[in-house]
Design a protein around this ligand. Structure first.
Ligand code: AMP
Ligand code: GLY
Length: 422
């Protein structure tokens, strides 16, 4: 009998998860809550928000869902895994206690400190005056991180003291992101990469690595975003770097979570940087990355349903295989993102772009209006090309991007620039 699966979330990451599940011969019907206009082609969208944990549990019960897979951190931080498990339902994603590794940067930093995991030096502040004094006497640029979920926008890297003072005022006096602490971090340099691993509490199973591009504009300029594009694999990062990251970072953190009484089960995402002093942690997330998932999961050759099941049931993990194909994706975002932007612009050309072959278009923020696909979010589409090498994959993806017509989108053409392809 085929299994019924519910995917919680509605962005490009969930579209890629739905796409991977639809390749499993074991999966029958897929539901997605709330989903989006693109996901609707592969799953039945359910009009429930990702944070309506109890309503989602009731839906899963009433519809005999065999397994629920959670995309976004807000649902995990709201305790969706705890709610489902209490009802005896199978769910892929960490419980609320384990999700703290993402929802509190202070928790993550203290965990790394305790278990000797390499990361930037830091201090945490609740009071404005203390933070200002510390920053005044430190080096610049300095990294200021709001200690809570801020959709990738809670990190600011001021170059001067005056700028830092303004940011600290926003974060600690005016509570612009909400009431919370600020982590002040040493500024590190080097190429970044995203290392996502399936973790079943005790054991850690690495995925293929990828590289995101966090800044809004070409040349890595402009404000930080949730991510403007990604590619996989990352030739700048050697197999030895990945091995080191697995042994010295991901495994000790998983073991540390067990020792702290909050074992992690789900996807542990390491945002890592290869600094001149070795690989160090920039951040941890408690879920699949977005847009990294959109370039990593298309390379997965194993059955993702089996992997999700092994983690949620604590059963042996099957062998996880990756294709040699290279993938690269360009985020098409609403003009104004990551600041304010308008919605509701019609999008045309998606079918023509997909017809090129070796192209996958994941919807990040789209909706259906009067039978037409329209923009409905900051990040709108992730256009992924694949091929035997980065150059071929990039040409394919950019050809697809050129076929998409919409009046209100912008994108970065230089995704992959560190590999010399742009
Ligand atoms: P985060 O949300 O913690 O991943 O931070 C967003 C981005 O800010 C990262 O992808 C880095 O590019 C940058 N960043 C964060 N922490 C540091 C650091 N300690 N040194 C240099 N850059 C950083
Ligand atoms: N792309 C970064 C993240 O998912 O947090």
């Amino acid at each position: 009998m085929k299994h019924k699966v519910l995917v919680v979330g509605g962005g490009g990451r969930c579209h890629a998860i739905v796409d991977a599940l639809s390749r499993s011969p074991k999966v029958g019907k897929i539901y997605c809550a709330p989903g989006n206009a693109g996901i609707a082609a592969q799953a039945e969208c359910v009009p429930l928000k990702e944070t309506q944990t109890e309503a989602l549990r009731d839906f899963a019960k009433e519809n005999d869902i065999d397994l629920t897979v959670v995309g976004p951190e807000v649902a995990l931080a709201a305790g969706i895994a705890d709610v489902f498990k209490a009802a005896g339902l199978r769910i892929f994603g960490p419980d609320k206690a384990a999700a703290t590794i993402e929802s509190s940067k202070d928790f993550a930093k203290r965990l790394m400190d305790k278990y000797n995991v390499p990361t930037a030096a830091f201090r945490t502040f609740e009071d404005y005056a203390g933070a200002v004094e510390y920053v005044r006497n430190g080096k610049f640029p300095v990294v200021l991180k709001y200690d809570g979920l801020a959709a990738g926008k809670g990190v600011v890297i001021p170059e001067t003291f005056a700028e830092a003072e303004d940011v600290l005022k926003d974060m600690l006096l005016d509570d612009k992101f909400g009431k919370g602490k600020v982590v002040v971090e040493e500024f590190l340099t080097g190429p970044e990469f995203s290392f996502m691993c399936f973790v079943d509490g005790k054991d850690v199973y690495p995925m293929a690595i990828s590289q995101d591009h966090k800044r809004a504009y070409e040349g890595d300029k402009g404000p930080n975003t949730g991510g403007m594009g990604a590619y996989s694999p990352v030739p700048l990062i050697s197999d030895e770097d990945v091995e080191y990251s697995l042994e010295k970072i991901m495994k000790p953190v998983a073991a540390g979570m067990v020792a702290e009484g909050c074992p992690f089960k789900g996807v542990l995402y390491g945002g890592l940087m290869k600094t001149p002093d070795g690989v160090k942690v920039i951040e941890f997330n408690c879920r699949f990355g977005d847009p990294e998932t959109e370039v990593v999961l298309p390379r997965l050759e194993s059955d993702i349903y089996d992997i999700f099941s092994a983690v949620s049931d604590n059963t042996p993990m099957p062998e996880i295989k990756w294709s040699d194909d290279v993938t690269i994706g360009f985020v098409m975002a609403s003009k104004g993102y990551p600041g304010s932007y308008d919605k509701g612009f019609e999008i045309d050309g998606i079918e023509e772009a997909e017809a090129l072959g070796n192209v996958r278009i994941y919807h990040m923020g789209t909706a259906m209006k009067d039978g037409r696909i329209v923009t409905s979010g900051g990040r709108v589409l992730m256009v992924v090309g694949s091929g035997p090498d980065l150059k071929a994959a990039r040409e394919k993806a950019l050809k697809a991007v050129s076929l998409i017509r919409c009046d209100n989108l912008f994108w970065r053409n230089d995704i992959g620039w560190r590999c010399g392809v742009s």
